[in-house]
Design a protein around this ligand. Structure first.
Ligand code: ZN
Length: 117
């Protein structure tokens, strides 16, 4: 029961932080954006709350930058490989997502390790 409650709180805080990060990104305060996104990840980890897919794709896993197409990242499609290539302008990391309709849930990342815990 307690766990459910913690997750709920984590979820709310994460939403708030993403909102804040979005606002700071518009202002160009990218250091602050990265701090907010970093916090959401920390909160998520502590509460063992997995970020929803929409949110997971909103930031760079390598440098915690909020990914705003055209502003902090570029989005390209690779027709051959059927991937969506999102390049972070901040650290130049490229994240690839499969967009093949038959296989939508597969998302492969270019940057290595996924932290556990
Ligand atoms: Zn990055």
């Amino acid at each position: 029961m307690e766990k459910v409650r913690i997750k709920k709180i984590a979820e709310e805080r994460i939403k708030i932080l993403f909102d804040l990060a979005g606002k700071e990104a518009k202002k160009g305060n990218f250091e602050r954006v990265r701090r907010y996104v970093g916090l959401t990840r920390k909160i998520g980890m502590k509460a063992q709350y997995t970020l929803p897919k929409e949110l997971k794709r909103k930031f760079c896993k390598k440098c915690n930058m909020l990914l705003v197409p055209g502003k902090t990242c570029s989005v390209r499609t690779d027709e051959g490989k059927k991937t969506l290539n999102i390049k972070c302008f901040y650290c130049n990391n490229i994240t690839r997502y499969k967009y093949d309709r038959r296989n939508r849930k597969t998302a492969r990342r270019s940057s290595g390790k996924i932290k556990k815990g």
